[in-house]
Design a protein around this ligand. Sequence first.
Ligand SMILES: C[S@@+](CC[C@H](N)C(=O)[O-])C[C@H]1O[C@@H](n2cnc3c(N)ncnc32)[C@H](O)[C@@H]1O
Length: 388
Amino acid sequence: MKIEHDLHMIKGDGDTSYARNSSTQRKAILATKHMVEKAMKGVFMELKPQSMVVADLGCSSGTNTLLFISEMIAMISEENTSDNNIRKCPMEVQFFLNDLPSNDFNHIFKSLGQFEQSIVQDCARIGLKPPPHYVAGVPGSFYTRLFPCNSVHIFHSSFSLMWLSQIPEHLDSTMNKGNIYIGVTTPPLVAKLYLDQFEKDFSRFLQFRCIELVSGGQMVLTFLGRKSNDVVHGGGMMNISIELLSQAVQTLVAEGRVEKEKLDSFNLPFYGPSVDELKQLVQQSELLDIIDIQAFELTFDPIDKSELKEGITTAPAIQDNVHEATGHNIAAGLRAVMEPLFASHFGESIIDDLFTLFACNVIRHLASAEEMSSVTAISLSLQAKVAR
Ligand SMILES: C[S@@+](CC[C@H](N)C(=O)[O-])C[C@H]1O[C@@H](n2cnc3c(N)ncnc32)[C@H](O)[C@@H]1O
């Protein structure tokens, strides 16, 4: 598996694209808006930059990428016009959108014209003027240096830093047979190799970003993670979904459509951390202070059940429909993220059947599950220590 080549979300805006199947990630961006706003205000008050440099790392393409930019623009136009900050020249913003080179940057760039029009209209509606702003793409791994020293005021990253730079070092095809991640039958040594790789990658990420951050700059980083230190079950629906996807591959192996060795040699380059693991790594780096850390649950459901009239939710037929809709939603969401990795390892020909089997597994699981299907997101607000 070549991460730089094979890890990318489904491109464009077709039915299976990431752009159309990333509502859970969108919820995370909306849920952390207050943390981004606090970071922006902190930088604004402390540094009063004439132009602010903001980098979104692991931006992907589609409405979520643009949502982050539009939120920042709205916040900065309010700040520019607030009584405390009347300036001769409004603060300008440079946005850098980073992702791996195989990301669909063209899709972002093509949508910028229409996006600009909507920004101007949205701001005018509330009597504001958008700040002068500029958008550029930065292809490359965030596990390498991406920007000059002391050049970025705010780093943002949402639902991206769980992706590792590689399959855990020393993990070979005999060690995690039948699994594609840390599953119920995974030996503890394999879980340890996953944690080791995450520690190595995240520590390197923090080191590089601290070099690139201006003194007084801030970061807001959101992970798909676990609500407890239990590495097999602590991620709730995150762990369950990957286990169910693993079972779908096992079914294809049993049907003779996928070789067993192919399954045994496939391990996701992914690790969902816990709050404790993240805290410990930031503290160990001795580079940053944690301003805030929050864990919250995001539901997968395409239908907000609270909007269903009371009583209706108890009707079994409606419940079945909700499970089915949720199951398909979860399968489409995972497919938009995982398909290129699976297609490169197992071949394109099994993809449709794999995700159909997976959707069935999820629907069956939801029908018997007692808990609501949700994943845990963890957000960190960080500021570089003053003496570096
Ligand atoms: C699930 S998407 C999240 C996209 C977007 N931030 C959102 O919230 O919808 C994860 C993104 O991280 C990117 N990514 C993973 N590893 C990366 C790396 N080492 N460097 C840069 N981007 C990476 C992937 O290519 C993908 O576009």
